[in-house]
Write a protein that binds this ligand. Sequence first.
Ligand SMILES: [Zn+2]
Length: 61
Amino acid sequence: MNTKPKKENIHFYECPECHLHYKEKEWMSKCEAWCNEHHSCNLEITAHAIENEITKKRLSS
Ligand SMILES: [Zn+2]
């Protein structure tokens, strides 16, 4: 019998409005709420998006 180890998919939450991805559902909800209301980005929220975390790492290295 072949017992493959269960591959855990890392799941990101996508804001349906601006399509940024978050590791935490909480931030995605905040982003979605903000996007719905203001139709713009809140830098404090989008700073937590995967896309911006990658940018930050690129800049610091
Ligand atoms: Zn958003």
